[in-house]
Design a protein around this ligand. Structure first.
Ligand code: ZN
Length: 144
């Protein structure tokens, strides 16, 4: 286990635009505000969603496309740097009209109907994502 200690930085609260892409809007906002490390949460509703499941045996993300109106019950994750740019890693739980849930790793293509977010900056840590050979995932790499 390794970790880095940070301090609370700026806190942002706001809306994702109607028909905006959930992941892209958060990443573009972080780049604009020069946020390199943060915790992120969002709620609201989407017109359609693309979420994925990481197949650990095949080491690939398997995308699932939901072309239906869904509630964002919760969207949680973080922001750190990947190739020098803010990259959001977000997981989302979506509820359908029956109240059933589906969820996974948020991908581009998730179109917001209404979305409210909170971003809490963490000042101090320099977290960079790099390819991890054990998992095949872009994980945080400890600076040596
Ligand atoms: Zn994930």
């Amino acid at each position: 286990m390794w970790y880095q200690k940070g301090e609370k930085g700026r806190t942002y609260i706001g809306r994702i635009p109607f028909r905006g892409d959930l992941l892209e809007n958060i990443q573009e906002f972080a780049a604009r505000e020069k946020i390199s490390c943060a915790r992120v949460e969002a709620i609201g509703a989407v017109e359609k969603a693309v979420i994925s499941y990481y197949n650990q045996d095949k080491r690939v993300y398997e995308d699932r496309h939901f072309d239906e109106h869904l509630e964002i019950m919760g969207c949680l994750g973080n922001l750190s740097l990947r190739d020098g740019k803010p990259a959001a890693h977000l997981h989302i739980t979506l509820g359908d009209s029956e109240g059933s849930l589906k969820g996974g790793h948020l991908q581009k293509g998730t179109v917001v109907f209404a979305g409210e977010f909170v971003i809490e900056e963490i000042v101090g840590p320099e977290l960079h994502r790099e390819y991890d050979p054990d998992t095949g995932l872009p994980l945080w790499k400890k600076d040596s």
